[in-house]
Design a protein around this ligand. Structure first.
Ligand code: FES
Length: 86
């Protein structure tokens, strides 16, 4: 979990590594995000298994997550807050 001051610098990206999300590409999605220089961390199942994979950006859920959805969420956050620009 991050504090408000931490999330103002860089979004927190949690990728569910539970069994359903792993089967639906969650771990590969984490690797793709990391390859783009984003820091991710492993999360636990949040009971969103039917909508796997699950990613949380600053604790807000993205169901049926994809690289494009996560990037869009981060772009939207950066447009509305002083997130770190790379
Ligand atoms: S395994 Fe990811 S939400 Fe349940």
């Amino acid at each position: 979990m991050t504090t408000d001051s931490e999330s103002a610098k860089e979004p927190s990206i949690e990728v569910c590594f539970g069994p359903e999300c792993s089967d639906c590409g969650g771990r590969e999605l984490a690797q793709e995000l990391q390859a783009l220089g984003m820091k991710t961390f492993e999360g636990d199942c949040r009971d969103q298994c039917p909508n796997a994979p699950l990613v949380l950006v600053d604790n807000r859920m993205i169901t049926d997550a994809s690289l494009e959805k996560v990037q869009a969420r981060i772009t939207a956050l950066r447009a509305t807050s002083p997130l770190k620009q790379d």
